[in-house]
Design a protein. Structure first.
Length: 203
């Protein structure tokens, strides 16, 4: 996965609490296992009406927020069923970070495995970012190295993150990538085991 260090991008406000994974990516889009192509299903029922036309009042359909890379969301974002397609769809749409006061645990964990940075801030800080995102200048900076979010007006908010997860994101390591770093040690172990316990190899 791609490393995440610093992101300077448009922020889009989505002040809705309890956005669940079915709203993020509805079930009809779960038939594919490729991470590409899911952008069309992101927030499908919120973005489109019954005739498949874009809802002009939905934030991500508005010209000012086209190409947004940061989503400012309401409380408990990503609740509901576990589906890794949710962070896939957000990233395929171009969103690399979601900022909220809280996330559902499974969604939060899935984000780190896919290079999407979930940032938890205080309610008043998220409210400040929401307000500024509605203004003319809504470009924010999300800096993982310094663990800060800088608002369009220059206000700096600090966030906490598990040190191990931080390092994996900075290096672009998912679970497979982390394992591959230790491939030499794994090969050595398997060779020694084959010599000591050849019956395990079918010999």
């Amino acid at each position: 996965m791609d490393a995440f260090t610093r992101l300077d991008a448009k922020s889009a406000p989505l002040p809705l609490a309890n956005i669940d994974t079915d709203q993020i990516i509805p079930k009809q889009f779960l038939k594919i296992i490729d991470r590409k192509g899911l952008a069309k299903g992101l927030f499908f029922d919120l973005r489109f009406d019954e005739d498949g036309k874009e809802r002009p009042d939905f934030v991500l359909n508005q010209p000012a927020y086209k190409g947004a890379g940061v989503l400012i969301a309401g409380d408990n974002f990503g609740c509901g069923s576990s589906r890794e397609h949710a962070p896939w769809a957000l990233m395929d749409f171009g969103i690399r970070s979601v900022i909220s006061t809280s996330f559902a645990d499974i969604f939060y964990n899935n984000c780190f495995q896919n290079g999407l940075l979930p940032v938890v801030l205080k309610a008043e800080e998220v409210a400040q970012l929401m307000d500024e995102a509605r203004g003319g200048n809504h470009v924010v900076s999300v800096d993982l190295e310094t663990q800060t979010v800088t608002s369009p007006s220059g206000k700096v908010f600090h966030f906490q993150i598990d040190p191990q997860r931080k390092q994996k994101m900075l290096k672009g390591l998912d679970a497979i990538g982390e394992t591959l770093i230790k491939v030499d040690s794994i090969d050595t172990y398997e060779m020694k085991r084959a010599l000591a316990q050849p019956w395990l190899e079918g010999a």
